[in-house]
Design a protein around this ligand. Sequence first.
Ligand code: ARG
Length: 577
Amino acid sequence: MNIQTLLNARIQQAMVVAGAPENSPAIVRQSAKVQFGDYQANGIMGVAKKLKMNPREFAQVVLDNLDITDVADKVEIAGPGFINIFLKSEWIAVEVARVLQNARLDVQEVSQPQTIVVDYSSPNLAKEMHVGHLRSTVIGDSVVRTLEFLGHHVIRQNHVGDWGTQFGMLLAYMERLRQTNDEISMVLSDLEVFYRDAKKCFDEDADFATRARELVVALQSGDEQCLALWDEFIDISLTHCEETYKMLGVSLKREHVMPESAYNDDLASVVAELDEQGLLKESEGAKCVFMEEFANKDGEITPVIVQKTGGGFLYSTTDLAALRFRQHTLGFDRGLYFVDARQSFHFQQIFTLGRKAGFVKPETSLEHMPFGTVMGSDGKPFKTRSGGVAKLSALLEEAQERAYSLVASKNPDMTEDELRNIGRVVGIASVKYADLSKNRTSDYVFNWDQMLSFEGNTAPYLLYAYSRVASIIKRSEMDVTSLAGDIALVADQERALAIKLLQFSEAVDQVATDGMPHFMCAYLYDLAGVFMTFYEACPILTAELEVKSSRLLLAINTATTLRKGLDLLGIETLERM
Ligand code: ARG
Protein backbone atom coordinates (compact mmCIF):
# COMPACT_ATOMS: atom_id res chain seq x y z
CA MET A 1 0.00 0.00 0.00
CA ASN A 2 1.49 3.40 -0.89
CA ILE A 3 1.61 6.29 1.55
CA GLN A 4 -1.26 8.12 -0.08
CA THR A 5 -3.57 5.10 0.03
CA LEU A 6 -2.61 4.34 3.61
CA LEU A 7 -3.19 7.90 4.83
CA ASN A 8 -6.43 8.15 2.89
CA ALA A 9 -7.71 4.98 4.55
CA ARG A 10 -6.67 6.00 8.06
CA ILE A 11 -8.09 9.51 7.84
CA GLN A 12 -11.26 8.38 6.18
CA GLN A 13 -11.81 5.90 8.97
CA ALA A 14 -11.36 8.64 11.56
CA MET A 15 -13.73 10.90 9.64
CA VAL A 16 -16.44 8.26 9.74
CA VAL A 17 -15.98 7.72 13.47
CA ALA A 18 -16.21 11.51 13.81
CA GLY A 19 -19.63 11.42 12.17
CA ALA A 20 -18.92 11.71 8.44
CA PRO A 21 -20.90 9.54 5.98
CA GLU A 22 -19.23 6.28 4.84
CA ASN A 23 -16.75 6.82 1.98
CA SER A 24 -16.29 10.53 2.62
CA PRO A 25 -13.11 11.35 0.73
CA ALA A 26 -10.11 12.37 2.83
CA ILE A 27 -8.39 13.76 -0.32
CA VAL A 28 -4.81 13.18 0.77
CA ARG A 29 -2.14 14.81 -1.40
CA GLN A 30 1.61 15.26 -1.28
CA SER A 31 2.24 18.63 0.36
CA ALA A 32 3.45 21.41 -1.86
CA LYS A 33 5.66 23.00 0.81
CA VAL A 34 7.80 21.52 3.62
CA GLN A 35 6.08 23.62 6.28
CA PHE A 36 2.81 21.80 5.44
CA GLY A 37 4.40 18.46 6.26
CA ASP A 38 4.85 15.56 3.87
CA TYR A 39 1.17 15.02 3.08
CA GLN A 40 -1.97 17.05 3.48
CA ALA A 41 -5.61 15.97 3.79
CA ASN A 42 -8.00 18.36 2.06
CA GLY A 43 -11.29 16.52 2.49
CA ILE A 44 -12.30 17.92 5.90
CA MET A 45 -13.83 21.18 4.70
CA GLY A 46 -16.21 19.57 2.24
CA VAL A 47 -17.52 17.06 4.75
CA ALA A 48 -17.77 19.61 7.57
CA LYS A 49 -19.91 21.76 5.31
CA LYS A 50 -22.28 18.86 4.70
CA LEU A 51 -22.41 18.17 8.44
CA LYS A 52 -22.95 21.89 9.07
CA MET A 53 -19.97 21.91 11.43
CA ASN A 54 -17.10 24.32 11.81
CA PRO A 55 -14.33 22.71 9.73
CA ARG A 56 -11.54 23.27 12.25
CA GLU A 57 -13.70 21.83 15.03
CA PHE A 58 -14.56 18.85 12.85
CA ALA A 59 -10.87 18.44 12.02
CA GLN A 60 -10.12 18.28 15.75
CA VAL A 61 -12.68 15.51 16.29
CA VAL A 62 -11.11 13.62 13.36
CA LEU A 63 -7.65 13.99 14.91
CA ASP A 64 -8.96 12.77 18.26
CA ASN A 65 -10.06 9.59 16.52
CA LEU A 66 -7.06 9.22 14.25
CA ASP A 67 -4.80 6.25 14.82
CA ILE A 68 -1.58 7.21 13.07
CA THR A 69 1.26 7.32 15.63
CA ASP A 70 3.06 4.39 13.97
CA VAL A 71 3.41 6.38 10.73
CA ALA A 72 3.52 10.05 11.66
CA ASP A 73 5.12 11.94 14.51
CA LYS A 74 3.21 15.15 14.03
CA VAL A 75 -0.26 15.90 12.72
CA GLU A 76 -1.69 19.40 12.79
CA ILE A 77 -4.70 21.39 11.69
CA ALA A 78 -3.88 24.24 9.35
CA GLY A 79 -5.74 27.10 7.69
CA PRO A 80 -9.49 26.62 7.28
CA GLY A 81 -9.29 22.88 8.15
CA PHE A 82 -6.48 21.15 6.33
CA ILE A 83 -4.67 18.36 8.13
CA ASN A 84 -0.89 18.40 7.74
CA ILE A 85 0.93 15.13 8.26
CA PHE A 86 4.61 14.86 9.16
CA LEU A 87 5.84 11.31 8.58
CA LYS A 88 8.10 9.48 11.01
CA SER A 89 11.63 8.99 9.70
CA GLU A 90 11.97 5.57 11.37
CA TRP A 91 8.84 4.39 9.62
CA ILE A 92 10.03 5.72 6.25
CA ALA A 93 13.34 3.92 6.75
CA VAL A 94 11.63 0.60 7.38
CA GLU A 95 9.27 1.10 4.43
CA VAL A 96 12.00 1.99 1.98
CA ALA A 97 14.04 -1.04 3.08
CA ARG A 98 10.98 -3.22 2.55
CA VAL A 99 10.36 -1.77 -0.93
CA LEU A 100 13.94 -2.57 -1.84
CA GLN A 101 13.30 -6.25 -1.22
CA ASN A 102 10.32 -6.12 -3.53
CA ALA A 103 10.88 -6.64 -7.23
CA ARG A 104 7.74 -4.66 -8.07
CA LEU A 105 8.92 -1.67 -6.05
CA ASP A 106 5.85 -2.06 -3.89
CA VAL A 107 3.43 -1.48 -6.73
CA GLN A 108 0.80 -4.10 -6.04
CA GLU A 109 -1.31 -5.70 -8.70
CA VAL A 110 -4.89 -4.45 -8.55
CA SER A 111 -7.30 -6.71 -6.67
CA GLN A 112 -9.90 -6.44 -9.41
CA PRO A 113 -8.21 -6.43 -12.82
CA GLN A 114 -10.24 -4.85 -15.59
CA THR A 115 -10.38 -5.66 -19.28
CA ILE A 116 -9.18 -2.44 -20.87
CA VAL A 117 -9.27 -1.79 -24.60
CA VAL A 118 -6.71 0.79 -25.63
CA ASP A 119 -7.23 2.29 -29.08
CA TYR A 120 -3.98 3.96 -30.08
CA SER A 121 -1.61 4.79 -32.91
CA SER A 122 -4.32 3.99 -35.50
CA PRO A 123 -2.69 5.69 -38.51
CA ASN A 124 -4.26 6.02 -41.89
CA LEU A 125 -2.54 3.48 -44.17
CA ALA A 126 -2.88 5.50 -47.35
CA LYS A 127 0.14 7.53 -46.26
CA GLU A 128 3.24 7.03 -44.23
CA MET A 129 3.16 7.69 -40.47
CA HIS A 130 3.99 11.32 -39.78
CA VAL A 131 4.77 13.41 -36.74
CA GLY A 132 1.05 13.66 -35.95
CA HIS A 133 1.02 9.95 -35.11
CA LEU A 134 3.81 10.24 -32.58
CA ARG A 135 1.63 11.35 -29.70
CA SER A 136 -1.06 8.68 -29.90
CA THR A 137 1.57 6.00 -30.40
CA VAL A 138 3.96 6.83 -27.57
CA ILE A 139 1.44 8.08 -25.02
CA GLY A 140 -0.86 5.12 -25.67
CA ASP A 141 1.98 2.66 -25.40
CA SER A 142 3.21 4.06 -22.13
CA VAL A 143 -0.27 3.91 -20.60
CA VAL A 144 -0.64 0.33 -21.86
CA ARG A 145 2.62 -0.67 -20.17
CA THR A 146 1.51 0.96 -16.94
CA LEU A 147 -1.90 -0.72 -16.94
CA GLU A 148 -0.34 -4.11 -17.64
CA PHE A 149 2.16 -3.58 -14.84
CA LEU A 150 -0.80 -3.02 -12.53
CA GLY A 151 -2.22 -6.37 -13.58
CA HIS A 152 -5.02 -5.27 -15.87
CA HIS A 153 -5.95 -7.26 -18.95
CA VAL A 154 -5.12 -4.86 -21.75
CA ILE A 155 -6.29 -5.36 -25.33
CA ARG A 156 -4.44 -3.18 -27.82
CA GLN A 157 -6.51 -2.08 -30.80
CA ASN A 158 -4.71 -0.41 -33.65
CA HIS A 159 -7.74 0.97 -35.50
CA VAL A 160 -5.89 1.70 -38.74
CA GLY A 161 -7.64 3.47 -41.61
CA ASP A 162 -7.44 1.04 -44.53
CA TRP A 163 -10.71 1.79 -46.29
CA GLY A 164 -12.24 4.71 -48.13
CA THR A 165 -12.06 6.57 -51.37
CA GLN A 166 -8.32 7.37 -51.37
CA PHE A 167 -7.64 3.69 -51.89
CA GLY A 168 -9.24 3.81 -55.33
CA MET A 169 -6.66 6.36 -56.39
CA LEU A 170 -3.79 4.34 -54.92
CA LEU A 171 -4.95 1.11 -56.53
CA ALA A 172 -5.32 2.81 -59.91
CA TYR A 173 -1.76 4.00 -59.59
CA MET A 174 -0.53 0.55 -58.59
CA GLU A 175 -2.31 -0.87 -61.61
CA ARG A 176 -0.65 1.64 -63.88
CA LEU A 177 2.79 0.88 -62.48
CA ARG A 178 2.15 -2.83 -62.87
CA GLN A 179 2.04 -2.36 -66.63
CA THR A 180 5.53 -0.90 -66.70
CA ASN A 181 7.22 -2.17 -63.59
CA ASP A 182 7.18 -5.59 -61.85
CA GLU A 183 8.77 -4.67 -58.58
CA ILE A 184 5.90 -2.82 -56.95
CA SER A 185 7.36 -3.00 -53.43
CA MET A 186 10.30 -0.89 -54.62
CA VAL A 187 8.00 1.89 -55.68
CA LEU A 188 6.10 1.59 -52.46
CA SER A 189 9.24 1.92 -50.38
CA ASP A 190 8.35 5.56 -50.00
CA LEU A 191 4.61 5.78 -49.49
CA GLU A 192 4.71 9.52 -49.23
CA VAL A 193 6.07 9.87 -52.75
CA PHE A 194 3.72 7.18 -53.98
CA TYR A 195 0.71 9.00 -52.56
CA ARG A 196 1.84 12.31 -54.01
CA ASP A 197 2.36 10.85 -57.48
CA ALA A 198 -0.96 9.03 -57.42
CA LYS A 199 -2.72 12.21 -56.37
CA LYS A 200 -1.06 14.11 -59.20
CA CYS A 201 -2.41 11.62 -61.76
CA PHE A 202 -5.81 11.75 -60.13
CA ASP A 203 -5.94 15.55 -60.33
CA GLU A 204 -4.49 15.88 -63.81
CA ASP A 205 -5.68 12.85 -65.75
CA ALA A 206 -9.45 12.42 -66.19
CA ASP A 207 -9.19 8.79 -67.38
CA PHE A 208 -7.11 7.94 -64.38
CA ALA A 209 -9.67 9.55 -62.06
CA THR A 210 -12.46 7.56 -63.68
CA ARG A 211 -10.49 4.35 -63.22
CA ALA A 212 -9.86 5.27 -59.58
CA ARG A 213 -13.59 5.67 -58.98
CA GLU A 214 -14.32 2.37 -60.70
CA LEU A 215 -11.80 0.67 -58.46
CA VAL A 216 -13.43 2.04 -55.30
CA VAL A 217 -16.70 0.52 -56.40
CA ALA A 218 -15.00 -2.75 -57.36
CA LEU A 219 -13.18 -2.86 -54.02
CA GLN A 220 -16.35 -2.26 -52.07
CA SER A 221 -18.27 -4.90 -53.96
CA GLY A 222 -15.57 -7.43 -53.18
CA ASP A 223 -13.92 -7.80 -56.60
CA GLU A 224 -11.19 -10.38 -56.07
CA GLN A 225 -8.46 -8.90 -58.22
CA CYS A 226 -9.02 -5.56 -56.71
CA LEU A 227 -8.92 -6.97 -53.19
CA ALA A 228 -5.65 -8.73 -53.95
CA LEU A 229 -4.09 -5.47 -55.10
CA TRP A 230 -5.45 -3.71 -52.02
CA ASP A 231 -4.12 -6.49 -49.74
CA GLU A 232 -0.70 -6.05 -51.22
CA PHE A 233 -0.78 -2.33 -50.64
CA ILE A 234 -2.02 -2.67 -47.04
CA ASP A 235 0.62 -5.25 -46.27
CA ILE A 236 3.41 -2.97 -47.43
CA SER A 237 1.98 0.00 -45.60
CA LEU A 238 1.64 -2.01 -42.37
CA THR A 239 5.22 -3.17 -42.75
CA HIS A 240 6.26 0.49 -42.83
CA CYS A 241 4.34 1.08 -39.58
CA GLU A 242 5.97 -1.91 -37.96
CA GLU A 243 9.43 -0.63 -38.83
CA THR A 244 8.55 2.64 -37.15
CA TYR A 245 7.15 0.87 -34.08
CA LYS A 246 10.30 -1.18 -33.82
CA MET A 247 12.51 1.87 -34.08
CA LEU A 248 10.38 3.62 -31.46
CA GLY A 249 10.36 0.63 -29.12
CA VAL A 250 6.58 0.50 -29.19
CA SER A 251 4.84 -2.75 -28.26
CA LEU A 252 2.32 -2.82 -31.14
CA LYS A 253 2.43 -5.94 -33.32
CA ARG A 254 0.51 -7.13 -36.37
CA GLU A 255 -1.97 -9.02 -34.20
CA HIS A 256 -3.09 -5.75 -32.58
CA VAL A 257 -4.21 -4.33 -35.90
CA MET A 258 -7.99 -4.23 -36.09
CA PRO A 259 -8.52 -2.19 -39.22
CA GLU A 260 -11.58 -0.22 -40.24
CA SER A 261 -12.22 -2.74 -43.01
CA ALA A 262 -12.70 -5.50 -40.43
CA TYR A 263 -16.03 -3.90 -39.59
CA ASN A 264 -17.33 -3.72 -43.18
CA ASP A 265 -19.79 -6.56 -42.71
CA ASP A 266 -21.14 -5.05 -39.48
CA LEU A 267 -21.99 -1.61 -40.79
CA ALA A 268 -25.38 -2.38 -42.33
CA SER A 269 -26.50 -4.11 -39.15
CA VAL A 270 -25.36 -1.17 -37.00
CA VAL A 271 -27.59 1.09 -39.06
CA ALA A 272 -30.44 -1.44 -38.94
CA GLU A 273 -30.16 -1.68 -35.16
CA LEU A 274 -30.27 2.10 -34.79
CA ASP A 275 -33.33 2.09 -37.01
CA GLU A 276 -35.10 -0.61 -34.99
CA GLN A 277 -34.59 1.46 -31.91
CA GLY A 278 -36.21 4.45 -33.58
CA LEU A 279 -33.03 6.50 -33.41
CA LEU A 280 -32.66 7.13 -37.15
CA LYS A 281 -33.95 10.01 -39.21
CA GLU A 282 -33.55 10.72 -42.93
CA SER A 283 -32.07 14.09 -43.67
CA GLU A 284 -31.38 15.10 -47.26
CA GLY A 285 -31.19 11.42 -48.18
CA ALA A 286 -28.68 10.56 -45.49
CA LYS A 287 -29.40 8.43 -42.42
CA CYS A 288 -28.73 10.43 -39.29
CA VAL A 289 -29.18 10.39 -35.55
CA PHE A 290 -30.19 13.65 -33.91
CA MET A 291 -29.48 13.79 -30.18
CA GLU A 292 -30.75 16.62 -27.98
CA GLU A 293 -27.43 16.62 -26.11
CA PHE A 294 -25.74 18.06 -29.17
CA ALA A 295 -27.99 21.04 -29.78
CA ASN A 296 -26.33 24.45 -29.92
CA LYS A 297 -27.81 27.46 -28.17
CA ASP A 298 -30.25 28.01 -31.03
CA GLY A 299 -31.49 24.47 -30.65
CA GLU A 300 -29.87 23.23 -33.87
CA ILE A 301 -28.52 19.73 -33.58
CA THR A 302 -25.38 18.48 -35.32
CA PRO A 303 -26.43 14.94 -36.22
CA VAL A 304 -24.30 11.82 -36.40
CA ILE A 305 -24.45 10.73 -40.04
CA VAL A 306 -24.24 6.96 -40.23
CA GLN A 307 -25.04 6.39 -43.91
CA LYS A 308 -24.62 8.78 -46.80
CA THR A 309 -27.02 9.33 -49.68
CA GLY A 310 -26.13 6.52 -52.07
CA GLY A 311 -25.42 4.05 -49.27
CA GLY A 312 -21.82 4.74 -48.25
CA PHE A 313 -20.90 4.36 -44.59
CA LEU A 314 -18.71 6.70 -42.58
CA TYR A 315 -15.95 6.92 -39.99
CA SER A 316 -18.70 7.24 -37.34
CA THR A 317 -20.45 4.07 -38.45
CA THR A 318 -17.20 2.14 -38.15
CA ASP A 319 -16.58 3.53 -34.69
CA LEU A 320 -20.05 2.44 -33.59
CA ALA A 321 -19.40 -1.04 -34.96
CA ALA A 322 -16.07 -1.10 -33.13
CA LEU A 323 -17.78 -0.10 -29.90
CA ARG A 324 -20.31 -2.92 -30.26
CA PHE A 325 -17.54 -5.42 -31.06
CA ARG A 326 -15.45 -4.30 -28.10
CA GLN A 327 -18.38 -4.77 -25.75
CA HIS A 328 -19.90 -7.95 -27.16
CA THR A 329 -16.81 -9.81 -28.31
CA LEU A 330 -13.93 -8.42 -26.28
CA GLY A 331 -16.05 -7.67 -23.22
CA PHE A 332 -14.32 -4.52 -22.04
CA ASP A 333 -14.82 -2.67 -18.75
CA ARG A 334 -12.94 0.40 -19.86
CA GLY A 335 -12.14 1.83 -23.29
CA LEU A 336 -9.36 4.39 -23.76
CA TYR A 337 -9.07 6.24 -27.07
CA PHE A 338 -5.82 8.08 -27.64
CA VAL A 339 -6.91 10.32 -30.49
CA ASP A 340 -6.25 13.95 -31.44
CA ALA A 341 -8.24 16.54 -29.48
CA ARG A 342 -9.77 17.71 -32.75
CA GLN A 343 -11.89 14.55 -32.67
CA SER A 344 -13.39 15.27 -29.24
CA PHE A 345 -16.83 16.08 -30.57
CA HIS A 346 -16.84 12.92 -32.68
CA PHE A 347 -16.14 10.78 -29.62
CA GLN A 348 -18.67 12.57 -27.43
CA GLN A 349 -21.27 11.76 -30.05
CA ILE A 350 -20.17 8.17 -30.59
CA PHE A 351 -20.04 7.41 -26.87
CA THR A 352 -23.44 8.97 -26.22
CA LEU A 353 -25.01 7.20 -29.16
CA GLY A 354 -23.30 3.90 -28.31
CA ARG A 355 -24.89 4.04 -24.87
CA LYS A 356 -28.32 5.05 -26.16
CA ALA A 357 -28.25 2.18 -28.64
CA GLY A 358 -27.17 -0.28 -25.96
CA PHE A 359 -23.92 -1.12 -27.80
CA VAL A 360 -22.08 -0.65 -24.50
CA LYS A 361 -23.14 -1.49 -20.98
CA PRO A 362 -23.94 1.44 -18.71
CA GLU A 363 -21.10 0.51 -16.35
CA THR A 364 -18.47 0.43 -19.11
CA SER A 365 -16.24 3.45 -18.92
CA LEU A 366 -15.48 5.19 -22.24
CA GLU A 367 -12.70 7.73 -22.16
CA HIS A 368 -11.43 9.82 -25.01
CA MET A 369 -7.82 10.68 -24.13
CA PRO A 370 -7.30 13.74 -26.33
CA PHE A 371 -3.92 15.22 -27.09
CA GLY A 372 -2.68 18.52 -28.49
CA THR A 373 -0.73 19.22 -31.67
CA VAL A 374 3.03 19.05 -32.23
CA MET A 375 3.92 22.59 -33.34
CA GLY A 376 6.83 24.13 -35.21
CA SER A 377 8.71 27.15 -33.90
CA ASP A 378 6.54 29.28 -36.21
CA GLY A 379 3.50 28.44 -34.12
CA LYS A 380 1.96 26.27 -36.85
CA PRO A 381 1.73 22.46 -36.93
CA PHE A 382 5.24 21.04 -37.27
CA LYS A 383 6.54 20.67 -40.84
CA THR A 384 9.87 19.75 -42.39
CA ARG A 385 12.21 22.51 -43.55
CA SER A 386 10.86 22.12 -47.08
CA GLY A 387 7.33 22.62 -45.77
CA GLY A 388 6.09 19.02 -46.10
CA VAL A 389 4.61 16.86 -43.35
CA ALA A 390 7.43 15.41 -41.28
CA LYS A 391 7.66 11.66 -41.84
CA LEU A 392 8.03 9.96 -38.49
CA SER A 393 10.70 7.52 -39.65
CA ALA A 394 12.84 10.35 -41.06
CA LEU A 395 12.45 12.31 -37.87
CA LEU A 396 13.60 9.34 -35.79
CA GLU A 397 16.61 8.82 -38.05
CA GLU A 398 17.56 12.43 -37.60
CA ALA A 399 17.16 12.18 -33.83
CA GLN A 400 19.59 9.25 -33.67
CA GLU A 401 22.09 11.05 -35.86
CA ARG A 402 21.95 14.22 -33.77
CA ALA A 403 22.30 12.29 -30.51
CA TYR A 404 25.22 10.35 -31.96
CA SER A 405 27.11 13.55 -32.82
CA LEU A 406 26.40 14.89 -29.37
CA VAL A 407 27.75 11.88 -27.47
CA ALA A 408 30.61 11.27 -29.89
CA SER A 409 31.99 14.74 -29.15
CA LYS A 410 31.82 14.06 -25.40
CA ASN A 411 33.29 10.56 -25.45
CA PRO A 412 36.22 10.39 -27.89
CA ASP A 413 37.43 7.12 -26.33
CA MET A 414 34.28 5.04 -26.95
CA THR A 415 34.04 2.57 -29.80
CA GLU A 416 31.94 3.40 -32.85
CA ASP A 417 29.52 0.58 -31.99
CA GLU A 418 28.93 1.83 -28.49
CA LEU A 419 28.51 5.40 -29.69
CA ARG A 420 25.98 4.29 -32.30
CA ASN A 421 24.03 2.41 -29.68
CA ILE A 422 24.04 5.35 -27.29
CA GLY A 423 23.00 7.60 -30.18
CA ARG A 424 20.10 5.29 -30.93
CA VAL A 425 18.89 5.07 -27.33
CA VAL A 426 19.32 8.76 -26.56
CA GLY A 427 17.89 9.93 -29.89
CA ILE A 428 14.72 7.86 -29.67
CA ALA A 429 14.32 8.56 -25.97
CA SER A 430 14.61 12.31 -26.58
CA VAL A 431 11.80 12.40 -29.12
CA LYS A 432 9.57 10.17 -27.01
CA TYR A 433 10.31 11.89 -23.74
CA ALA A 434 9.78 15.38 -25.15
CA ASP A 435 6.30 14.24 -26.09
CA LEU A 436 5.49 12.20 -22.98
CA SER A 437 6.67 14.85 -20.54
CA LYS A 438 4.25 17.50 -21.79
CA ASN A 439 0.74 17.63 -20.42
CA ARG A 440 -1.16 15.44 -22.89
CA THR A 441 -3.88 17.95 -23.60
CA SER A 442 -1.65 20.88 -24.55
CA ASP A 443 0.11 21.62 -27.83
CA TYR A 444 3.89 21.66 -27.68
CA VAL A 445 6.70 22.99 -29.84
CA PHE A 446 9.03 20.45 -31.43
CA ASN A 447 12.52 21.69 -30.60
CA TRP A 448 15.67 19.63 -31.21
CA ASP A 449 17.92 21.69 -28.94
CA GLN A 450 15.52 21.49 -26.05
CA MET A 451 14.81 17.77 -26.31
CA LEU A 452 18.49 16.86 -26.68
CA SER A 453 19.64 19.09 -23.84
CA PHE A 454 21.34 17.55 -20.82
CA GLU A 455 19.61 20.09 -18.61
CA GLY A 456 16.00 20.26 -17.53
CA ASN A 457 13.22 17.70 -17.74
CA THR A 458 14.64 15.82 -20.74
CA ALA A 459 15.61 12.29 -21.70
CA PRO A 460 19.38 13.01 -21.83
CA TYR A 461 19.22 14.45 -18.31
CA LEU A 462 17.40 11.41 -16.93
CA LEU A 463 19.44 8.84 -18.83
CA TYR A 464 22.62 10.53 -17.69
CA ALA A 465 21.36 10.64 -14.09
CA TYR A 466 20.60 6.93 -14.30
CA SER A 467 24.04 6.09 -15.67
CA ARG A 468 25.64 8.17 -12.92
CA VAL A 469 23.79 6.30 -10.18
CA ALA A 470 24.69 3.02 -11.87
CA SER A 471 28.34 4.02 -11.94
CA ILE A 472 28.36 5.05 -8.26
CA ILE A 473 26.99 1.63 -7.36
CA LYS A 474 29.62 -0.03 -9.49
CA ARG A 475 32.44 2.05 -8.06
CA SER A 476 31.42 1.18 -4.50
CA GLU A 477 32.89 -2.24 -5.18
CA MET A 478 30.48 -3.75 -2.69
CA ASP A 479 28.56 -6.92 -3.21
CA VAL A 480 25.21 -5.19 -3.56
CA THR A 481 23.24 -8.43 -3.31
CA SER A 482 24.52 -9.08 0.20
CA LEU A 483 23.94 -5.60 1.61
CA ALA A 484 21.94 -5.66 4.84
CA GLY A 485 18.52 -4.06 4.64
CA ASP A 486 19.01 -1.43 7.37
CA ILE A 487 18.58 2.13 6.23
CA ALA A 488 19.22 5.10 8.49
CA LEU A 489 17.69 8.44 7.60
CA VAL A 490 19.75 11.02 9.42
CA ALA A 491 20.25 13.91 7.03
CA ASP A 492 17.26 15.77 5.58
CA GLN A 493 18.46 14.83 2.11
CA GLU A 494 18.38 11.13 2.97
CA ARG A 495 14.87 11.46 4.31
CA ALA A 496 13.70 13.42 1.26
CA LEU A 497 15.13 10.81 -1.09
CA ALA A 498 13.51 7.96 0.82
CA ILE A 499 10.07 9.59 0.70
CA LYS A 500 10.46 10.32 -3.01
CA LEU A 501 11.30 6.66 -3.61
CA LEU A 502 8.17 5.58 -1.77
CA GLN A 503 6.06 7.79 -4.02
CA PHE A 504 6.78 5.80 -7.18
CA SER A 505 3.60 3.81 -6.89
CA GLU A 506 1.56 7.01 -6.57
CA ALA A 507 2.94 8.15 -9.92
CA VAL A 508 2.06 4.78 -11.45
CA ASP A 509 -1.52 5.08 -10.18
CA GLN A 510 -1.85 8.57 -11.55
CA VAL A 511 -0.75 7.53 -15.05
CA ALA A 512 -3.18 4.61 -14.99
CA THR A 513 -6.13 6.69 -13.84
CA ASP A 514 -5.67 9.78 -15.97
CA GLY A 515 -3.84 8.31 -18.95
CA MET A 516 -1.19 11.00 -18.55
CA PRO A 517 2.43 9.83 -18.63
CA HIS A 518 3.74 13.32 -17.88
CA PHE A 519 3.03 12.56 -14.22
CA MET A 520 5.59 9.77 -14.39
CA CYS A 521 8.08 12.04 -16.18
CA ALA A 522 7.66 14.73 -13.54
CA TYR A 523 8.14 12.14 -10.82
CA LEU A 524 11.34 10.73 -12.34
CA TYR A 525 12.72 14.21 -12.94
CA ASP A 526 12.08 15.08 -9.28
CA LEU A 527 13.60 11.82 -8.15
CA ALA A 528 16.77 12.40 -10.15
CA GLY A 529 17.02 15.93 -8.71
CA VAL A 530 16.45 14.77 -5.14
CA PHE A 531 19.10 12.10 -5.65
CA MET A 532 21.66 14.62 -6.92
CA THR A 533 21.03 16.85 -3.89
CA PHE A 534 21.39 13.84 -1.62
CA TYR A 535 24.60 12.73 -3.31
CA GLU A 536 26.18 16.14 -2.94
CA ALA A 537 25.33 16.37 0.75
CA CYS A 538 25.81 12.74 1.68
CA PRO A 539 28.94 11.17 0.23
CA ILE A 540 28.58 7.46 -0.40
CA LEU A 541 31.91 6.07 -1.51
CA THR A 542 33.98 7.71 1.22
CA ALA A 543 31.58 7.10 4.11
CA GLU A 544 32.30 4.55 6.82
CA LEU A 545 30.90 1.11 6.22
CA GLU A 546 27.52 1.28 7.97
CA VAL A 547 26.63 4.68 6.53
CA LYS A 548 27.97 3.66 3.16
CA SER A 549 25.79 0.59 3.10
CA SER A 550 22.65 2.54 4.04
CA ARG A 551 23.29 5.23 1.43
CA LEU A 552 24.18 2.68 -1.16
CA LEU A 553 20.85 0.98 -0.59
CA LEU A 554 19.14 4.29 -1.29
CA ALA A 555 21.21 4.63 -4.47
CA ILE A 556 20.30 1.12 -5.60
CA ASN A 557 16.66 1.84 -4.97
CA THR A 558 16.99 5.05 -6.97
CA ALA A 559 18.56 3.21 -9.91
CA THR A 560 15.87 0.51 -9.88
CA THR A 561 13.10 3.08 -9.67
CA LEU A 562 14.51 5.23 -12.49
CA ARG A 563 14.92 2.17 -14.69
CA LYS A 564 11.42 0.86 -13.99
CA GLY A 565 9.85 4.29 -14.46
CA LEU A 566 11.61 4.80 -17.78
CA ASP A 567 10.63 1.30 -18.80
CA LEU A 568 6.96 2.14 -18.15
CA LEU A 569 7.45 5.14 -20.42
CA GLY A 570 8.87 2.80 -23.05
CA ILE A 571 12.40 4.20 -22.73
CA GLU A 572 15.58 2.10 -22.64
CA THR A 573 18.35 2.92 -20.16
CA LEU A 574 22.14 2.85 -20.55
CA GLU A 575 24.63 1.79 -17.90
CA ARG A 576 27.23 4.08 -19.45
CA MET A 577 26.96 7.18 -21.60
N1 ARG B 1 -7.26 6.80 -38.37
C1 ARG B 1 -7.77 7.89 -37.59
C2 ARG B 1 -6.99 9.16 -37.94
O1 ARG B 1 -5.88 9.08 -38.43
C3 ARG B 1 -7.68 7.67 -36.10
C4 ARG B 1 -8.51 6.53 -35.58
C5 ARG B 1 -8.69 6.61 -34.10
N2 ARG B 1 -9.49 5.56 -33.55
C6 ARG B 1 -10.79 5.44 -33.70
N3 ARG B 1 -11.38 4.41 -33.14
N4 ARG B 1 -11.51 6.32 -34.34
O2 ARG B 1 -7.49 10.24 -37.68
